[in-house]
Design a protein around this ligand. Sequence first.
Ligand code: NI
Length: 141
Amino acid sequence: MEARRVTFYRVYGFSAAHRLHAPWYDEMKNFEIYDKCNNISGHGHDYRVEVGVSGTPDARTGFIIDLVDMDKAVQSVLDKLDYKHLNKEVPYFRDRIATSEHLIGFLWQELEKALPAGKLYHIKLWETNNNYFEMERSATR
Ligand code: NI
């Protein structure tokens, strides 16, 4: 029997602060683009992140990934963000605006390294209850 790919999703959370500010624009332009998110003191979010891993079930365990291993891998990445000020404490954002578009890129880069090779399939990142962002591995991998 041919083994079918299965995707497993698990939801995690972390809290972080950021400020949306582009050094290549002046103060007026920054305020125009980012409005209150440009506030010099920054502001925080309780982010939620859904991580999807895909594969075929292991012949012996029946799992596509060991849950404890997955939690450890994901947590090691979230620890780089949790209770941090993204602009000031996470080097990835030294030359990138700390938007969720870039934050999900950081999560992809780091989770790809932390999880078993080829398992990461999908990430969903909620910045607020109303806004979320997604990244998915392309079908042509
Ligand atoms: Ni924000």
